[in-house]
Ligand binder design. Structure first.
Ligand SMILES: Cc1cc2nc3c(=O)[nH]c(=O)nc-3n(C[C@H](O)[C@H](O)[C@H](O)COP(=O)(O)OP(=O)(O)OC[C@H]3O[C@@H](n4cnc5c(N)ncnc54)[C@H](O)[C@@H]3O)c2cc1C
Length: 337
């Protein structure tokens, strides 16, 4: 176990904001974590992090910040010759897993290429991109209760996966460390081109029938062209979720904003938050040291030296203007700590 007191989290969050934790602990395996919870932690607050690519440290963290060092990938027996079952350590870097799977001919994760973060967090966040969500591939999640130190395994279909949501963000929030995730992948490659921009990008490149590697490469290129690299400009990807509004509200708004983009989803119409923010005049603007990215209004960035509080202040100003203009409440996707 690696442990250090009074730890600077600056390089543990992709916003690149400074925050201090009383203690930082990285466990190498389940036994170390159980031992820590049962003997050392003594009820003090625990915060489990991955790469910090969806966190905003608004202040220092009292208690211990935990990080997983479980980085093995194990192939499990599978009764279906067409499928592959992998049990993956929570500390494995997500995109390294995607790359590994594509190279081995295990398919289903290609559209989720290059999403920052670790496998444990992917199961918490239900990461999604280009029409695909990881929750659809999760068979089981291995957990350790952070109060009792008990180990348990829960089936993926009890985790309530939905758009950027899981039970780990709801009633189970903060209660468990995700130590391992079992994924069910296919040995047959069937590209998921349900997302228009991905299909268009393939068409533009004259690729009719992509290989998994080609699809992965195009996803990577699209992402790199749209999103700032956190090493260059601190950010946490999409800061806000796309709101879903009732059909009546949408029809009323459409009379005022005939060009308002929308997608029909169960329960109403989903409106791209980026469009709302842009209409509210925030795209490219800066407040103190935080700003709205000029190429993608959904992304808030650290323009250099921003504190967590600067970013919160900016996000509140953006939300207030969107609310004033459209009557729509946009909610942060990023976890405020
Ligand atoms: C440039 C950029 C692009 C992005 N694009 C996307 C995208 O396309 N789609 C998408 O869905 N997300 C995207 N994100 C957000 C982010 O990549 C995901 O939310 C990712 O899953 C976060 O992983 P992480 O390891 O950094 O977790 P962290 O940000 O460290 O933590 C996220 C949450 O998970 C919890 N957590 C982390 N690890 C564990 C664990 N082992 N056990 C229990 N709880 C844990 C934390 O407490 C926290 O609540 C993007 C972020 C960036 C910076």
């Amino acid at each position: 176990m690696f442990s250090i007191y009074h730890y600077n989290l600056l390089h543990r969050n992709t916003f690149g904001v400074e925050a201090w934790a009383d203690r930082f602990v990285e466990y190498a395996n389940e036994e170390e974590l159980v031992m820590f919870v049962k003997t050392e932690c003594k009820g003090q607050p625990l915060l489990h992090i991955g790469c910090g690519s969806n966190l905003l440290f608004c202040s220092d963290v009292s208690g211990t910040v935990l990080h997983s060092g479980i980085r093995d990938i194990e192939q499990l027996p599978c009764d279906d010759a067409e499928m592959v079952r992998l049990r993956v350590g929570g500390g494995v870097i997500w995109d390294e897993l995607v790359s590994f799977c594509v190279k081995n001919g295990w398919y289903g994760l290609e559209n989720l290429s290059l999403i920052p973060g670790e496998v444990g967090a992917a199961a918490v966040q239900n990461i999604g991109a280009y029409g695909s969500e990881v929750g659809d591939r999760i068979e089981q999640v291995g957990l350790i209760n952070l109060q009792s130190g008990d180990s348990l395994t829960v089936p993926g279909d009890t985790c309530q996966y939905a758009y950027r949501y899981s039970r780990f963000k709801g009633e189970w929030r903060g209660q468990y460390a995700v130590t391992r995730v079992t994924l069910r992948l296919s040995r047959t490659f069937e590209p998921d081109l349900s997302y228009g921009a991905l299909a268009d990008a393939l068409q533009q490149r004259g690729i009719g029938n992509p290989t998994a590697q080609q699809l992965r490469q195009i996803v990577i290129e699209l992402r790199q062209s749209k999103l700032p690299a956190p090493e260059v400009l601190g950010n946490a990807g999409s800061f806000f979720m796309n709101p879903v509004i009732s059909r009546e509200t949408f029809e009323e708004l459409q009379t005022r904003y005939p060009r308002m983009p929308h997608f029909s989803v169960p329960g109403g119409e989903k409106i791209p938050a980026a469009w709302l923010i842009e209409q509210a005049g925030w795209k490219g603007r800066t407040l103190k040291n935080a700003g709205v990215y000029d190429k993608q209004a959904l992304v808030l960035v650290n323009r250099g030296g921003a504190t967590g509080k600067d970013i919160v202040e900016l996000s509140e100003a953006v939300r207030a203007d969107v609310k004033r203009l459209f009557g729509i409440q946009i909610e942060p996707e990023v976890n405020f700590i």
